[in-house]
Design a protein around this ligand. Structure first.
Ligand code: NAD
Ligand code: UFG
Length: 341
């Protein structure tokens, strides 16, 4: 599957890091994004990092004619599909919007790929598809052969697309699809030029800690210190966005080697508590992060992390960066955004 790579959602947080790596690897990349949670300026920041800019087409994955036009514009070998909405809380409040963007958008994209003869896709799914792992599985790490049982709308939209990809693959065995289940993406490119959009406020831990370290919020609220974990706060698997990006290139390489279909976790395999993250962020930023204990956040799980064994086996991939590096890079990006604001 030689040819260019179409990167939907390529102007966003994770997409911009993948674009940088693809360009550095000599690939021809087209970003396709409706800019609902990003800005087109990312292309020039990517160019500042790797010396050349990706092509950018503004468009929506629900717009079949826009997809047909872009797919006809050059010979594409694969699509890396990240375009979508990602807030768990917003998904609960606006389920139709989430189905429309995430599921209908993906269906439209797959139909356009079929029409254009583009056979390979890498899809960004989420660890949220696992739902509430049984205690033994939560302790050992989530494995891809666990039965998925998402407990929120967002997770259900991701699982619906996974199912669509698997069904399509069975019907057309010549197609290739890699489903990547991300754990908790965090960190930023070491240049500080790209990272999570400062405007993004999904209430996630990393941006909340940044707000406190920057003095924009008085203190961090830690949601729950009565979980059955070593320090009572919830455990997650934080994965550096640069490691995540490398995982996409590894998946693409596996598809090119002939792997037809795979569903793979992208996580570090290291459970980390909220208090451990606060300590790491304080050290990285040199700032205090005053915090207070608050009630558990509805819908939060006590603990889960990846079993990263399959990614190592199928992709030869594993996370390289720990939470110290994650927090240093995230903080550098926050300072860059604060100084340019
Ligand atoms: P992001 O919001 O920064 O990037 C998504 C990009 O997609 C944005 O640039 C947005 O403008 C674009 N987009 C949204 N809807 C679109 C549409 N209909 N057509 C075209 N473009 C559209 O988010 P991110 O963190 O980079 O996440 C990328 C993908 O990874 C998403 O699919 C998300 O669900 C998934 N994911 C993210 C996380 C996370 O915590 N960041 C975890 C697991 C999975
Ligand atoms: N947390 C706090 N205080 C805050 C924010 C978060 O204590 O102000 C805690 C949460 O309770 C949780 C942990 O920090 O225990 C991580 O919370 P995040 O909101 O950063 O991330 P989640 O694990 O809830 O979810 C994230 C993404 C989802 C994705 C999931 C995959 O937001 O989109 O990881 O594992 F599906």
């Amino acid at each position: 599957m030689p040819g260019s790579i179409l990167l939907t959602g390529g102007c966003g947080y994770i997409g911009s890091h993948i674009a940088t790596r693809l360009l550095a690897a000599g690939e021809d990349v087209v970003l396709f994004d409706n800019l609902s949670n990003s800005d087109a300026g990312v292309a020039s920041r990517i160019a500042a990092i790797c010396g050349r800019a990706p092509a950018f087409v503004e468009g929506d994955v629900r717009d079949r004619s826009a997809l047909d036009r872009v797919l006809a514009s050059r010979r594409f070998g694969a699509v890396i599909h990240l375009a979508g909405l990602k807030s768990i809380a917003q998904g609960e409040a606006e389920p139709l919007k989430y189905h429309d963007n995430n599921v209908e958008g993906s269906r439209t994209l797959l139909a356009a790929m079929d029409a254009a003869g583009v056979q390979a896709i890498v899809f960004s799914s989420s660890a949220t598809v696992y739902g509430t792992p049984a205690p033994a599985a939560a302790a050992a790490g989530c494995r891809e052969d666990m039965h998925p049982a998402p407990v929120n709308i967002y997770g259900r939209t991701k699982l619906a697309v996974e199912d669509m990809l698997r069904a399509r693959q069975q019907a057309q065995p010549e197609l290739r699809a890699a489903v990547l289940r991300y754990f908790n993406p965090a960190g930023a490119h070491e240049s500080g030029l790209i990272g999570e959009a400062p405007a993004t406020d999904c209430g996630n831990l990393m941006p909340q800690m940044a707000q406190v370290a920057l003095g924009r919020r008085a203190r961090l609220r830690i949601f729950g210190n009565d979980y059955p974990t070593p320090d009572g706060t919830a455990l997650r698997d934080y994965i550096h966005v640069e490691d995540l990006a490398a995982g996409h290139l590894a998946a693409l390489a596996a598809l090119r080697r002939g792997t037809a279909a795979m569903t793979v976790n992208l996580g570090s395999g290291q459970p980390r508590s909220v208090l451990e993250m606060v300590a790491a962020y304080q050290e990285a930023s040199g700032r205090r992060i005053p915090h207070e204990m608050a009630a558990r956040r509805p819908g939060d799980l006590p603990a889960y992390h990846a079993d990263p064994g399959l990614a190592r086996k199928l992709l030869g991939w594993q996370a390289r960066h720990g939470i110290g590096r994650i927090c240093r890079d995230a903080w550098r990006r926050e300072l860059a955004c604060a100084s340019s604001a």
